[in-house]
Design a binder for this molecule. Structure first.
Ligand SMILES: [Zn+2]
Ligand SMILES: [Zn+2]
Length: 147
């Protein structure tokens, strides 16, 4: 997914210019696994390319979302996170610290194709979230209770 050629092709197919800056930012964010915030993406980009402005990074994130390479996960109580995983999967989200992990399994693929068959149309996007308290937060809560 993060190959340069594929990114360039996607940009052009949707009528956007595949500038070197956009390619670089896309490559960094599409490689990410931890559902980063825009700020975290900017910091990662800045480390490699100190001259790129935050505006360029944020605009590119919007573009990538618009052309469907990236999904913006908005939350009512915290800042948006970006998810490059376009295939149907479940985001396991910690309500306490906001950490997000992907859960991908054959069971989801099977269920997903069944749902699409039942709906009778092809969805243009999806978002499946499960909330929990992650192991670390559970451990912290437990410790606080004990103290
Ligand atoms: Zn947590
Ligand atoms: Zn995800």
């Amino acid at each position: 997914m993060e190959s340069k050629e594929r990114i360039m092709e996607e940009f052009r197919r949707k009528g956007f210019r595949a500038t070197p800056q956009r390619i670089v930012i896309a490559q960094i964010v599409l490689k990410s696994k931890d559902h980063p915030t825009a700020e975290q993406i900017y910091q990662a980009v800045k480390k490699k390319y100190p001259t790129l402005s935050p505006a360029t990074v944020y605009q590119t994130l919007h573009l990538l979302t618009e052309i469907g390479l990236l999904q913006e996960l908005g939350f009512s109580d915290r800042v948006s996170r970006y998810d490059p995983n376009a295939s149907p999967h479940i985001n396991i989200i910690c309500r306490n610290c906001g950490k997000i992990q992907d859960y991908q399994a054959e069971s989801i693929k099977g269920l997903w194709s069944q749902i699409i068959m039942e709906l009778g149309f092809k969805p243009i996007g999806q978002r499946l979230d499960i909330y929990r308290h992650c192991d670390q937060c559970q451990a912290n809560m437990h410790n606080n209770q004990v103290l």
